[in-house]
Design a protein around this ligand. Structure first.
Ligand code: SF4
Ligand code: SF4
Length: 384
């Protein structure tokens, strides 16, 4: 893999080249009191010199004492905002005398270039790729949006308070699924990116931007940043035999405990980059001549989500939280061959009552160890 240096002043050229090639360039910007994804026409739109502080139920923007362009972690948005929009019209229907005409929504033709994609989010995109583009049922809307996506990954130069990508083996260094991957380096007055190419298209685009070979020292500097980030993880999760752990504990008392705290607000599912559940709604106008079918994000935390005739299958909070976490960390593995969690930490940061997925796993795991110990002690006592 070719590793080169791109001066930070030349990043604008990358954005211009991508736009000239017909991409809608999307990246991190400041908005709504957070770092959110939006159109990125200029590097001036990046959150220059800003960072975020995250913990359970907490997100704050904070000024850095440098001009870092990507010196923060993930915000409330994820790239599913573009690949799986929160609201999408699937088709329209128009009354035509005594018959009617159906007009299906065209598949997207816009090509996206995502700039600043973190490694955990690349893994999240690949999880949604499995859900929507593998197997028997292909989602053509997702497929058409995903097809020509150009990904510029940016390796994390710091870990957030709720990050645990190291536990999930999804970061902090991007190792797959990118066209270009950059590590931002600030050394005194020097501000540059160490860039790796992941695809031939990435290499082709890079050739249009001034760059030079990276020295061994610069490669080491990037390696040191990533090592430090990996050591700074705000959270961790023991994933050993995690699927069986959940399958053994459908009736664990911890579900009552979490139900006392969970508001079933569904924030965790909205911000999660892998959650993909949707519902469909039909709407008509007052004349009754026109109707539309819309697909909208939904959440397993709502009563309606599991409503079938006669009522909701998961009517208790306990059953809804248990369903969400068990799907994420256990049944997802059976369904899609991968965990549904990439360790991005968003569900903890944006949970209004700071429910922590890593803490819930630990509580269940520890209770087993304790009860195993109690059983062993009881057996030994009986023997003696
Ligand atoms: S876990 Fe937190 S974010 Fe998720 S539904 Fe419950 S209260 Fe809302
Ligand atoms: S479950 Fe939480 S930590 Fe895991 S991918 Fe979803 S939002 Fe991120």
């Amino acid at each position: 893999m070719n590793i080169v240096i791109l001066e930070s002043d030349h990043l604008q050229i990358l954005l211009d080249v991508l736009r000239k090639r017909g991409y809608q360039v999307i990246g991190p910007t400041l908005g709504e009191g957070a770092i959110v994804y939006d159109n990125l026409n200029s590097t001036a739109n990046l959150p220059v010199g800003w960072t975020d502080e995250e913990d359970g139920g907490t997100y704050r923007l904070k000024k850095r004492n440098d001009k870092a362009l990507f010196g923060y972690n993930v915000g409330p948005h994820s790239w599913k905002k573009y690949l799986l929009p929160s609201e999408l019209r699937l088709w329209k229907i128009k009354r035509n005398g005594s018959s009617f005409q159906i007009v299906t929504e065209n598949e997207a033709t816009q090509k996206f270039a995502f700039v600043g994609v973190r490694s955990c989010d690349i893994h999240a995109i690949s999880v949604q790729d499995k859900v929507f583009t593998n197997g028997q049922y292909i989602d053509q809307h997702y497929k058409s949006r995903r097809k020509d996506t150009f990904i510029v990954a940016v390796n994390c130069g710091k870990a957030g308070g709720t990050c645990f990508c190291v536990s999930m083996n999804t970061g902090p260094k991007a190792t797959l699924g990118f066209d270009l991957a950059m590590t931002e380096i600030l050394e005194g007055k020097n501000h540059y990116f160490l860039v790796e190419t992941g695809t031939e298209l990435g290499a082709e685009i890079l050739r249009e931007i001034p760059h030079k070979e990276a020295s061994e020292k610069q490669k080491c500097a990037a390696g040191d940043i990533l090592k430090k980030t990996a050591e700074q993880m705000g959270r961790s999760m023991d994933t050993t035999n995690i699927k069986d752990l959940f399958y053994r504990n459908y009736e664990h008392p911890r579900w009552n405990n979490v139900a006392e705290r969970c508001l079933t607000c569904a924030n965790c599912t909205m911000v999660c980059p892998t959650c993909f559940c949707t519902t469909v709604e039909d709407v008509t106008d007052l004349t009754g001549d026109n109707a539309e079918r819309w697909r909208k994000w939904d959440s397993c935390f709502t009563m309606d989500f599991s409503y079938i005739h006669g009522g909701s299958v998961r009517s208790s909070i306990k059953s809804r939280y248990r369903h969400w976490i068990t799907h994420k960390l256990a049944t997802w593995i059976d369904q899609f061959g991968t965990s549904g969690c990439v360790g991005c930490g968003r569900c903890m940061t944006w949970c209004p009552v700071a429910i922590d997925i890593t803490e819930e796993v630990e509580a269940i795991r520890k209770s087993e160890t304790i009860s195993e110990r109690q059983t062993t002690e009881a057996v030994e006592k009986k023997r003696s």
